[in-house]
Design a protein around this ligand. Structure first.
Ligand code: HEM
Length: 148
């Protein structure tokens, strides 16, 4: 039962994170105005909150529910999944800092500034399918390391 509840929350959270990322890609465009800058900043707060909750719920599943920590600790796809998640998190830092900077400056971003944020958002987006593939593989027992 706890595993089911955590699994439901885990899926809702990861779909929401993808939704937020998609919304940022739609909103961060050449010629975006200041109202859009402040909307993106607000949405980006949700991105941070969702990422934090995913870590909380994800590790709760790994430690207290599902198959137990030892199973995941010895699974290469689990480590690949966490590494990809961390990489997406690191890539999301410069856009967050840019949104704050744009809002504080009170001026709309230039085209090159928008382009550099969009590039990072696209890379985050492109890494998402890998995360899903690693999740499915680890859940099915692929990638078990022989060391115990
Ligand atoms: C955006 C990030 C993440 C995405 C997209 C994601 C996606 C998924 C998906 C789709 C599953 C279901 C796999 C299946 O049953 O076929 C899953 C399961 C799971 N995830 Fe995540 N996840 C993310 C982050 C995390 C994090 C940070 C942790 C931390 C440990 C984690 C731990 C788990 C665990 C323990 C399971 C259960 C696997 C099993 O049934 O054995 N996830 N994840």
């Amino acid at each position: 039962m706890p595993d089911l509840i955590l699994a439901i929350f885990h899926h809702i959270l990861v779909f929401s994170l993808f939704g937020v990322l998609f919304a940022e890609l739609v909103l961060v465009r050449r010629g975006m105005d200041l109202a859009t800058v402040s909307r993106v900043s607000r949405i980006d707060l949700m991105y941070g909150a969702l990422a934090g909750l995913i870590i909380l719920v994800g590790f709760s599943r790994a430690v207290f529910a599902a198959k137990g920590w030892t199973y995941y600790a010895h699974n290469i796809f689990f480590h690949a999944k966490i590494a990809t998640f961390v990489l997406i998190g690191v890539l999301s830092i410069p856009p967050t800092l840019d949104y704050i900077r744009w809002r504080r400056a009170g001026t709309a971003p230039s085209d090159p500034q928008v382009a550099s944020v969009r590039r990072l958002l696209w890379i985050e987006m492109a890494l998402f399918p890998a995360l899903l593939a690693f999740a499915a593989a680890m859940a099915r027992g692929y990638g078990e390391l022989p060391i115990h």
